[in-house]
Design a protein around this ligand. Structure first.
Ligand code: AMP
Ligand code: ZN
Length: 493
């Protein structure tokens, strides 16, 4: 039987402000869309946190035996500076500064994004569509919104008529903002653009002559609005109504509010059942952001090459640090917090290793493994509460260490159950890794150490033919062994 049948999962839905029992549209299947990066610069650790939160959620769904179609886009056009409807395209700007093609910018930072997420052990989504690959779909939606009377043209650009929409729908359902406040707060911008009202947003923008990222449309050579991309890509792959839409909390307004408005104006029903928002990573109490320079890059953490840290930390330690916070809580990054996480993470790994060597006895004492396992699931079923899950894992760590010290015992049945659940939660659900096995050099080093050990064993057994063969064949590969007082070391050509 699929695990989701015996787990009542509750998800906090931003749309209702409540934790709700999760019920997918189709039994056993989940459609999930998460707003992806705008690929105009290296991702910082704050971006990684949001994608990691949804990776943990994706992993837990899979663990519960759901079939998940997880769509996470790449924004490679249409996202202007300051998230505005005026100004330069972020990617085109970078291309201008670096004197390369916009698509070279896109390629460079898409590759960087994939490498980094892979380093932090994020699973790839099921589909990763790009905005520029869906221009035709976006034009079709703009046409439909105009037909329904919610879009208007001005000088080759198309805008969404927020005030008109708000007469028959509610602009602000998601963010809780009301239209009067919005009007009040944006009045100063009046008269500065083609919009009827400053709350309106662009569905299609006519490109200025110097704007190179442009496509033909019935209205002008131009480019789609940023909000429209996600509506087009989510609908194409998940349908007009789907289960989950996620993103960082900073995207709730206006980006997600506009996605809802576009979808309702277009096909008249709510696009998403559960809106999920991951909270921000801060540094010195301020949101990590590209624009302010208040951020840290993944590479700086891994190699420790920054004055913000006393040393480097492995990707799994950083992942463990993030999983110790609930995805809806703000998390502040600091050297001390990482040092503490490293200690905790090593203790957890050590216990998993110890567990694999424990011999069962006739009886089990003190610790109820069945109840513990159920507590682990309860934590995750309560809106993915990873900090509580980790606290549960540490009560198992305590028990494991007591068994090791012969202070208590475990029978075979419980040992099997504890081992399986520990491994599933630590490695499959939290996505932690035993070692940073992405590091090729580390893998090579460990492989050579293994061969040195085998060579020493061969020598001890007086099997000199084998020990010489190991040494000579390593030389062929370009690895030189050197025997010294303190054992054997090696050098690479
Ligand atoms: P962007 O490339 O700017 O569109 O951002 C990509 C994703 O990273 C979005 O979902 C943002 O909400 C998220 N994000 C940006 N800054 C932070 C931060 N400091 N902490 C967590 N998530 C962030
Ligand atoms: Zn989006």
């Amino acid at each position: 039987m699929a695990k989701y049948n015996s787990n009542k999962l509750h998800i906090y839905n931003t749309l209702t402000g409540k934790k709700e029992v999760f019920k997918p549209i189709n039994d056993g299947r989940i459609g999930m869309y998460v707003c992806g990066p705008t690929v105009y610069s290296n991702v910082h650790l704050g971006n990684v946190r949001t994608f990691m939160s949804f990776d943990m959620i994706f992993r837990y769904f899979k663990h519960l035996d759901y079939k998940v179609r997880y769509v996470r886009n790449i924004t490679d056009a249409g996202h202007l500076e300051n998230d505005a409807d005026q100004g330069e395209d972020r990617i085109a700007k970078k291309a201008r500064i670096e004197q390369i093609e916009p698509m070279e910018v896109v390629q460079r930072y898409t590759v960087d994004f994939h490498n980094i997420l892979n380093t932090f052990n994020l699973l790839p989504p099921s589909i990763e569509p790009t905005a520029t690959g869906h221009i035709i779909e976006q034009i079709e939606i703009v046409k439909a919104i105009i037909d329904k009377g919610f879009g208007y043209e001005k000088n080759g650009s198309i805008y969404f008529d927020v005030l008109k929409y708000n007469k028959s729908h509610h602009y602000g359902v998601l963010s809780g903002r009301n239209i009067e406040d919005l009007i009040h707060n944006t009045r100063t911008l009046e008269g500065q653009s083609d919009k009827k009202n400053p709350q309106d947003f662009a569905l299609w923008k006519k490109a200025e002559p110097q704007h190179i990222m442009r496509w033909p449309s019935p209205w002008s050579d131009g480019f789609p609005g940023w909000h429209l991309e996600c509506t087009a890509m989510s609908t194409k792959y998940l349908g007009e109504s789907f289960d989950i839409h996620g993103g960082g909390l900073d995207l709730k307004f206006p980006h997600h509010e506009c996605e809802i408005a576009q979808a309702k104006a277009w096909h008249n029903h709510a696009p998403v059942n559960y809106w999920m928002h991951a909270n921000m990573l801060t540094l010195n109490g301020q949101k990590m952001a590209k624009s302010t320079g208040n951020n840290i890059l993944p590479a700086e953490i891994l190699n420790g090459n920054t004055n913000k840290l006393t040393k480097g930390f492995s990707a799994s330690v950083v992942r463990f640090f993030m999983m110790q916070a609930h995805y809806r809580s703000v998390l502040d990054f600091s050297n001390d917090a990482l040092l503490a996480s490293e200690k905790g993470f090593l203790k957890l790994l050590e216990a998993v290793k110890t567990l694999s060597k424990i011999e069962p006895t006739q009886d089990s004492k003190e610790f109820d493994v069945v109840e513990w396992k159920s507590n682990c699931y309860s934590a995750m079923n309560d809106d993915f509460n990873t900090p509580i899950l980790i606290a549960e894992l540490f009560s198992a760590v305590k028990y494991i260490n007591q068994i090791k010290d012969n202070k208590t015992s475990i029978n075979e049945l419980n040992l099997t159950l504890l081992t399986k659940s520990m491994n599933e939660f630590v490695f499959d659900v939290l996505g932690l890794k035993n070692k940073n096995s992405n590091d090729q050099n580390q893998k090579l080093g460990e492989t050579v150490e293994l061969l040195i050990k085998m060579r020493n064993e061969a020598r001890a057994n007086k099997n000199f033919a084998l020990s010489d063969k190991i040494r000579d064949e390593l030389i062929e590969i370009g690895i030189q062994l050197k025997d010294g007082k303190d054992g054997t070391t090696f050098t690479l050509d």
